[in-house]
Design a protein around this ligand. Structure first.
Ligand SMILES: Nc1ncnc2c1ncn2[C@@H]1O[C@H](COP(=O)(O)OP(=O)(O)O)[C@@H](O)[C@H]1O
Ligand SMILES: [Mg+2]
Length: 436
């Protein structure tokens, strides 16, 4: 079996590992924007190219007798790579462009949920012009403004953090509308966020254990937003601040959205529905969907997968996910990223890092690094992720922390991710939200 993987980050490194660990002994072929040394080592063959060069991707696929493809990041999905591969009879784990709107258009998802009466939306409106924005912002008082389109995690602005008045809000909506067809304005909620990643064939859903990511660059949730500095999951497949009911509610939202997509478009969504949820006072709310696994969240769940990942992929592609059970080890995980000093605003570039002293018990997933003749050099983004797996979060944290501290070079990381102190803070926050 020959499997094509598109993508070059740590998430794709974790996917690559899950593919080659299959007892079916598939051969991995990787199409990457830049050479990930971890993926390159696992692959039979690799090709470097851009994610909008659909012809090149098709050619690489055809010359390697690929059985199916897995799409890691959102950009190729947004470029219609799944449609392009379908045109040469290659099926993909990943939605067609029209259904990738679940991630690429925040208005699509909000309006779909509204039309099909799916609970879980904060109060919201979609605007195509500035008319009425002022009145709605005044009504909400505390608001969040979301451009309709991919913004690499940099488009959403939150009242109290990035915007401090109604005027700020109006100005930002005006700015967004210059470059985007519409803007979503919604009520700002308060609560704790978690990621629930689900595999779906359009009719059936298999959930991964929930994960909590940390977007802020510095300890104590300070500093600018990043792609995600690290994440954790718990051995009982809940999170310390989450109840079983919270997960069931999130699952129900995803199941209903999956059904609504089919009713609305007549097409089955095949791939990953990754819900970013928030437990607020009023219950579990949907913040957004992504149409792919999370980075770092993929590195928390895929290493725990006991089920053959290829069976999940085939279930998705063939519409037989009801015949597969996704089993995950009952272990806790903590993932921490080493990132270049100055990241995200002014990262040092092309600096060498030395990974020779990383303790063996940690898993290493490469992200934005380049392997040259004399060692590993960092790009401008998150460099390497380290994952600890253990019986509880505290133990997993020690493994990840020891590993990330062993990197030699101009890097930093968040030492607080997965620590008891930070987790207690999350629990207390949740208790306060729920009025306990
Ligand atoms: N309605 C909301 N209330 C409070 N915070 C929100 C809301 N919507 C988004 N956020 C915050 O903004 C972040 C980014 O928003 P999100 O919709 O996930 O967009 P993206 O990931 O594309 O930047 C979320 O992780 C959350 O912290
Ligand atoms: Mg998000």
């Amino acid at each position: 079996m020959n499997v094509l993987l598109i993508g070059n980050g740590a998430r794709e490194h974790a996917i690559a590992e899950a593919i080659v660990n299959s007892p079916k002994k598939p051969k991995l072929f990787a199409y990457m924007k830049s050479k990930n040394p971890g993926i390159a080592k696992l692959a039979e063959d690799i090709q470097m190219g851009s994610y909008d060069n659909l012809d090149e991707i098709k050619n690489f696929t055809q010359s390697n007798n690929i059985n199916f493809a897995i799409i890691g990041p959102e950009d190729p999905l947004n470029n219609g790579v799944v449609d392009a591969l379908a045109s040469v009879n290659i099926k993909s784990v990943g939605p067609v462009k029209e259904l990738a709107k679940l991630e690429t258009s925040k208005s699509f998802t909000r309006l779909l949920m509204k039309k099909y009466n799916i609970e879980g939306c904060p109060k919201f409106q979609v605007f195509e012009s500035i008319d009425g924005v002022k009145e709605f912002l005044e009504e909400l008082e505390e608001f969040v403004i979301k451009p309709d389109g991919l913004t690499g995690g940099k488009g959403v602005k939150v009242f109290g953090e990035h915007l401090h008045s109604i005027d700020d809000g109006i100005r930002y909506c005006e700015e967004v509308l210059k470059t985007h067809p519409s803007v979503v304005v919604e009520k700002k909620l308060e609560g704790e966020e978690f990621s629930l990643q689900s595999f779906t064939d359009g009719k059936n859903i298999l959930d991964c254990p929930p994960v909590q990511d940390h977007k802020r660059a510095f300890a104590g949730d300070k500093g600018p937003n990043t792609g995600g500095m690290g994440s954790y999951s718990d051995a009982n497949h809940l999170l310390p601040f989450l109840t079983k009911k919270d997960i069931e509610d999130a699952h129900e939202i995803t199941r209903k959205v999956m059904e609504a997509i089919y009713k609305e478009t007549g097409k089955l969504y095949k791939g990953i529905m990754y819900g970013g949820f928030m437990v607020a006072k009023s219950g579990v709310k949907l913040i957004e969907y992504n149409a792919r696994l999370g980075d770092p969240e993929a590195m928390n769940v895929l290493p725990l997968l006991k089920t053959d990942f290829i069976d999940i992929c085939l279930g998705i592609i063939n519409g037989t996910l009801n015949k597969v059970r996704a089993e995950f080890e009952k272990k806790a995980t903590v993932c921490k990223y080493a990132v270049p000093q100055g990241y995200p605003a002014n990262p040092v570039k092309n600096k060498k890092i030395d990974l020779t002293d990383i303790p063996e018990e940690a898993r290493i997933y490469y992200a934005s690094v380049d392997e040259k003749g004399d060692g590993i050099y960092m790009g401008a983004s998150r460099a390497v992720a380290f994952v600890g797996i253990a019986d509880d979060i505290e133990e997993a944290e020690v493994i990840a922390e020891n590993a990330v501290c062993s990197v030699k070079g101009p890097v930093f990381h968040r030492e607080d991710i997965g620590t008891k102190e930070l987790i207690d803070k999350r629990i207390k926050h949740m208790q306060k939200i729920k009025g306990l």
